[in-house]
Design a protein around this ligand. Structure first.
Ligand code: 5AD
Ligand code: FES
Length: 350
């Protein structure tokens, strides 16, 4: 007999929900778990950390997720939309800093038509960067159209793999719908990102274990994990903030199940603890996402309160994240940072 951590590494397909939940709820294994996750990360990915420059180009959202500060019914948000020209200008800045991925994120905003997003993709691909879309649930035909234009990756967290909790948090959506979108994105050849929040009200260790097994089952290429942070203008304003150690454990467990996936040290983690991202990089995370949203828009993309980097010079995060990477003894990668080998990646069709 060997321990559960070793079982995850050797036979992840045999691990049960109860076993994962047990690891989540017992803290005796934490040090071993964190060390093992770092060892696996170094074995598969070396000391390299990938930077992804993110542009939050619109905070309009048609959805009303209970946890989110930019939910449609929050009337205290100053809404903004960036033009395609403005977005491409920011993407140029990212490319000039040697950062090889541009992440385009927004609320679910139908203002940006299929063609407008297509134009962003075509123009940004000319900068020789990878493109990640993170614009929520859209039509399957649109995913395909954008893929054919050269979009490389799509980020859409599953938020929680507990169906009941998902239903409570998302009026008009279901976990099954979210799952079907993620599967479609994978089938289309996107590097597909899922992920979840830790510390949602009503979420227990079994629910967190479901998150780990779900991303394993999906074979997610990227997994974004961060703490839930209650926003004062949402129905969850009186809930507690997610626990740092639990977030780190979920990241580490995800690394054991998906040794070569791209796992970011999230901004939300940097928000609840001054060294949250550094700690994440030491226990399985291998990606960091500097914010390139220009001011004055940046301060209005408030999914949660007290978000870091709001008052920085609006290109400062590029250098700052490089320093964070070096401060924990890792290296800033100059690669695109695909999960698959570069020869398998989707060609730029421009
Ligand atoms: N706290 C932490 N993370 C949040 N997100 C949205 N609202 C919050 C919040 N209050 C996360 C969701 C979403 C991602 C872009 O931000 O997981 O997918
Ligand atoms: Fe934004 Fe450090 S990453 S200031």
């Amino acid at each position: 007999m060997y321990g559960v951590l070793e079982k995850i590494v050797r036979h992840p397909e045999r691990v049960t929900l109860e076993e994962v939940a047990w690891v989540m709820s017992n803290d005796e294994l934490n040090e071993e778990l964190f060390a093992l996750a770092d060892e696996i990360r170094q074995k598969y990915l070396g000391k390299q950390v990938y930077l992804r420059g993110i542009i939050e180009f619109s905070n309009y959202c048609r959805n009303d997720c209970l946890y989110c500060g930019i939910r449609a019914s929050n009337k205290n948000v100053k809404r903004y939309r960036m033009s395609v020209d403005e977005i491409v200008e920011r993407a140029k800045l990212i490319a000039e800093m040697g950062i090889k991925t541009v992440v385009l994120q927004s609320g679910e905003d139908p203002y940006y038509t299929t063609e407008m997003v297509g134009e962003m993709i075509l123009r940004i691909k000319r900068l020789n960067v990878a493109i990640t879309l993170s614009i929520g649930e859209r039509d399957f035909e649109e995913y395909e159209y954008w893929k054919n234009l050269g979009a490389d990756r799509y980020l859409m967290r599953h938020e929680t793999a507990d169906e009941e909790l998902y239903k409570k948090l998302h009026p008009n959506d279901s976990f099954q719908i979210r799952k079907s979108h993620l599967i479609k994105l994978k089938q289309l050849g996107y590097e597909t990102g899922a992920g979840s929040m830790v510390g949602l009200p009503g979420q227990n260790d079994v629910a967190l274990a479901k998150d780990v097994l779900f991303v394993y089952e999906l074979d997610a290429d990227m997994v974004g994990i961060g703490p839930f942070i209650p926003h004062p203008d949402t129905p969850l304003r009186d809930s507690k903030v997610g626990d740092l150690t639990k977030v780190l454990k979920l990241i580490a467990l995800t690394r054991l199940f998906l040794p070569d996936a791209n796992i970011p040290a999230t901004t939300a983690l940097g928000t609840i603890h001054p060294f949250g991202r550094q700690l994440a990089l030491k226990c399985g995370a291998n990606v960091i996402m500097p914010n390139f949203t220009p001011s004055p828009y940046r301060s209005h993309y408030t999914l949660y309160p007290n978000k870091i980097c709001i008052f920085e010079k609006d290109t400062a995060c590029g250098e700052c994240t490089k320093n964070i990477v070096r401060s924990v003894g890792y290296e800033v990668s100059e690669d695109f940072g695909y999960r698959r080998k570069d020869h398998e990646r989707s060609p730029c069709r421009v």
